[in-house]
Write a protein that binds this ligand. Structure first.
Ligand code: ADP
Ligand code: MG
Length: 628
C-alpha cells in the first residue's frame, strides 16, 4: 500500500497558522505593537489606512534587528524570547511563540525596515505571501518599521468576511488601547487615514487612562492597591454611580498583558454587590502582577486567556481589595459638591417599589354613577377576580372594576368609525373594525396591571400593550421627522455638556447629522464632549443622557452605513428609551391618546421590534369561554 501522508510546505503551514493568529486587521495591530514593546521601544507609532484593510504600519525606536534576524523573524517558531521550555515559566515578554510574523507574512504584503543602534546601516526587506522579494542595505533610523499591506490578499474568503470599516476600526482601537494602557511609560501615536487619533505622551497609569477615556474619567476613579505574597494589584475602579449599562471600559492586565477573564470579572462584580443598579457595569483598569511561574498564558494563540495556579486565592484577594477601596471611598470626605453619596439610598432599596398603603374600598362607589346609574345591586355585585387586580394596584383601579361593566355599554353604543382603517390580527377572520365600527374618541379605556390598556369595541375588545404601542408611535414620529426634515426642537436655557469616551465620540460624530434631524441641536462637538443647545420636542432634558447612552449601546455592532438604516437605528433606539414603561400608571387621557396614536400609525400591529402591540378578543371568543 502506498503512503499518502506528506509534510505541508512551510508557506501552507504558515497560512494555516495565520488563521489562528490573524483574524482581522486588529490582530496584526496587536502583534506588531507587542513586538515593539518587547523590543524596548520608548516611542511607538501606529499608522492605519481604511481600518487596516489597506495599511497597518508600526514604527518603533526599539532594539532593531541584525541582517540575519531581519530574515529569520519571518520563519515559523523563530523567536528571540525563549530558548527552552523552562523559559515559558519566567516570561517577561509579550511574544514567545515566534508565530506572528510568519503568519502575517503568509497572508499580506509586508515591508520591514530595521536597524540596531550600533550599526551604521539597516536592512530593508520585502516579503509577500511568504515569498522574499528583496532584501537590501539601507539608511534607516534606529528601530523597526513594519508595514503590512493588503491583508488577506491571497485568501479572498477571509477578506470578504471582514466587517465594515467602522467595526474593524473599533477592534483596532480596542487593541491599541489595551497595549497603551498596559504601558503608560511609552509614548504612543496613532493615525487613521491621515488623522490623529491619539497622541499619548509617556506618563503614569492614571494619566494614561484619563487621556484615553476623556478628562472626566479622573473624578470617576477610585484607586485600588494591594500587595500579597502571591499577587500585587494596582489600578483603578469606577465609582458605582458612574457605571454604565454597556460593558466598555473594563480591563484586566496580568503582568502587563491584557487578558479576558470571566472569573476575575465575577470577583469584581461581587465586590460591587449592592452598589450597582441592575445590569449596570462599572469601569475598571486593574493591573495584576503575579510570579510568571504561577500562570500559563500558553492556552490560546492570541494569548488573551490565562490560567492561574491559585485561582481561588486570587478571586478572594481581588474581591476584598476592591471592596476595601470602594468602602474607603464611601467614608472618605466627598469632594463632589453636587451631592453627598453618603446620603444616597443604596441601589438595593432604590429599586424596590414602595408598597401602596392599604386602601379601604368603598364597594358602593361608582365613578360613573351620575352618567349612568349602575344596574347592579350591591348584593349581586360580582366579586373582583383576583388575577385581574393585584393587591398593589392603584386605588383608582380597585374602585373602578365595576366600571368595566358600566362603560362597556357606553362604548358599544357610541362607537363609530376611524376612517377605513384595516387591522390585521392572527385570530381574526374578517376585519375587526368595519366601517362605522369604532369611534375616533373611544369612550372608555381601562388600564390593567399598569401594562395593558383594554378598549371595548363593538365586536369585543382590543387589549393594547402600553409599552410596545408607545414604542411604535414614537418610532414612526422620529422616522417621519428625520425623513421629511421637520423635527421641532426645544431650545435649552443652559446648554448641556455631555462627556464621552473617544470610541463613543467617534460614533456620535458619525451620527451627528442624523441626530440633528431628530431635533438635537449641537452647539459644538469637541474631542471628548458635546454641547447640546436644543433637544427634540418629545424628549425632556433629564432623559437626554439615557437616550444617548442607549443609542451608543445599540450601536455595539457599528454605525449602519447608509442614512436610511442610520435613521432606523436611531428611531428604534430613541423609541425604546422614551416609551412609557410597563408598570407606569396612565391617566385616562393618556390611555386614550395612546390607543388613538397607535391606530393612527402606519403599522400599528407590531412594535418597531416586531412584537405584537395589541390583541383582540371578540364577543364570540368570550361567549365560548363562558359556555364551558
Ligand atoms: P515572538 O514575538 O513570539 O517572538 P514574532 O513572530 O512576533 O514572534 O517575532 C519574531 C521575532 O522577531 C521576535 O522574537 C523578535 O526577536 C523579532 N522582532 C519582531 N518585531 C521586532 C521589533 N519591532 N523590533 C525588534 N525585533 C523584533
Ligand atoms: Mg510577537
Amino acid at each position: 500500500m502506498s503512503s499518502i501522508i506528506q509534510l505541508l510546505p512551510d508557506h501552507v503551514a504558515n497560512q494555516i497558522a495565520a488563521g489562528e493568529v490573524v483574524q482581522r486587521p486588529a490582530s496584526v495591530v496587536k502583534e506588531l505593537l507587542e513586538n515593539a514593546v518587547d523590543a524596548k521601544a520608548t516611542d511607538i507609532k501606529l499608522i492605519v489606512k481604511d481600518a487596516g484593510k489597506t495599511l497597518i504600519q508600526v514604527v518603533d525606536n526599539g532594539l532593531g534587528m541584525s541582517v540575519t534576524d531581519a530574515r529569520l523573524c519571518f520563519e515559523r517558531h523563530a523567536t528571540s524570547k525563549i530558548r527552552q521550555a523552562e523559559d515559558l515559566f519566567k516570561l517577561h515578554t509579550k511574544g514567545f511563540r515566534g508565530e506572528a510574523l510568519a503568519s502575517i507574512a503568509a497572508i499580506a504584503h509586508v515591508e520591514l525596515k530595521t536597524k540596531q543602534d550600533q550599526e551604521e546601516l539597516g536592512t530593508h526587506l520585502i516579503i509577500e505571501g511568504s515569498k522574499f522579494l528583496s532584501q537590501e542595505v539601507a539608511v534607516i533610523p534606529k528601530g523597526t518599521s513594519f508595514s503590512v499591506k493588503n491583508l488577506f490578499f491571497n485568501i479572498p474568503a477571509r477578506r470578504n468576511f471582514l466587517k465594515s470599516d467602522t467595526i474593524e476600526f473599533r477592534h483596532i482601537m480596542d487593541e491599541f488601547q489595551r497595549v497603551a494602557l498596559a504601558h503608560p511609560n511609552i509614548h504612543f501615536a496613532f493615525y487613521h487615514n491621515g488623522n490623529e487619533v491619539y497622541i499619548l505622551p509617556a506618563s503614569n497609569s492614571r494619566q494614561r487612562i484619563v487621556t484615553i477615556f476623556s478628562g472626566k474619567t479622573n473624578e470617576k476613579l477610585v484607586p485600588v492597591q494591594e500587595e500579597t505574597d502571591i499577587l500585587t494589584i494596582d489600578g483603578f475602579v469606577g465609582k458605582p454611580e458612574f457605571s454604565k449599562k454597556s460593558k466598555g471600559e473594563q480591563f484586566f492586565f496580568v503582568n502587563d498583558r491584557y487578558i479576558k477573564s470571566g472569573y476575575l470579572h465575577h470577583a469584581l462584580m461581587n465586590a460591587y454587590e449592592g452598589l450597582l443598579k441592575e445590569g449596570a457595569q462599572p469601569s475598571y483598569f486593574l493591573f495584576l502582577n503575579v510570579p510568571p511561574n504561577t500562570i500559563d498564558i500558553n492556552i490560546h494563540p492570541t494569548k488573551t486567556e490565562i490560567k492561574f495556579d491559585d485561582e481561588q486565592a486570587l478571586y478572594a484577594i481581588l474581591r476584598s481589595s476592591i471592596k476595601h477601596s470602594l468602602g474607603q471611598f464611601n467614608v472618605a470626605p466627598v469632594l463632589d459638591f453636587d451631592r453627598d453619596s453618603n446620603l444616597d439610598t443604596p441601589y438595593h432599596y432604590k429599586n424596590t417599589e414602595a408598597p401602596y398603603p392599604t386602601i379601604q374600598v368603598d364597594g358602593n362607589y361608582n365613578p360613573f354613577a351620575d352618567e349612568k346609574p349602575t344596574k347592579l345591586h350591591n348584593s349581586e355585585k360580582p366579586k373582583p377576580r383576583k388575577e385581574s387586580f393585584n393587591e398593589n394596584n392603584h386605588a383608582k383601579q380597585s374602585a373602578s372594576w365595576e366600571s368595566l361593566y358600566v362603560g362597556l355599554k357606553d362604548a358599544a353604543d357610541s362607537i363609530s368609525e376611524v376612517g377605513g382603517m384595516q387591522f390585521e390580527s392572527e385570530d381574526l377572520t374578517a376585519p375587526l373594525f368595519g366601517d362605522n365600527e369604532i369611534e375616533q374618541q373611544v369612550n372608555k379605556t381601562y388600564q390593567i396591571h399598569r401594562k395593558y390598556i383594554v378598549n371595548p369595541i363593538k365586536s369585543g375588545m382590543v387589549i393594547v400593550d402600553q409599552q410596545r404601542a408607545h414604542q411604535r408611535i414614537l418610532y414612526e414620529q422620529f422616522l417621519t421627522n428625520m425623513t421629511v426634515l421637520h423635527a421641532s426642537s426645544q431650545q435649552l436655557l443652559f446648554p448641556l455638556h455631555l462627556y464621552f469616551s473617544t470610541n463613543e465620540m467617534a460614533l456620535i460624530r458619525e451620527l451627528q447629522l442624523a441626530l440633528s434631524n431628530t431635533g438635537f441641536v449641537f452647539e459644538s462637538t469637541n474631542e471628548d464632549n458635546i454641547v447640546i443647545s436644543g433637544i427634540p420636542a418629545n424628549v425632556t432634558e433629564s432623559e437626554v443622557n439615557a437616550v444617548l447612552e442607549q443609542l451608543l449601546r445599540d450601536l455595539q455592532d457599528g454605525v449602519p452605513e447608509n442614512s436610511f438604516s442610520q435613521n432606523d437605528t436611531i428611531a428604534k433606539s430613541m423609541a425604546k428609551s422614551l416609551a412609557v414603561k410597563n408598570g407606569t400608571y396612565l391617566t385616562e387621557v393618556a390611555q386614550e391618546n395612546l390607543v388613538n396614536g397607535l391606530f393612527a400609525c402606519k403599522e400599528p400591529n407590531v412594535s418597531p421590534f416586531q412584537k405584537p402591540t395589541f390583541i383582540t378578543m371578540r364577543v364570540e371568543d368570550l361567549d365560548k369561554k363562558f359556555a364551558l
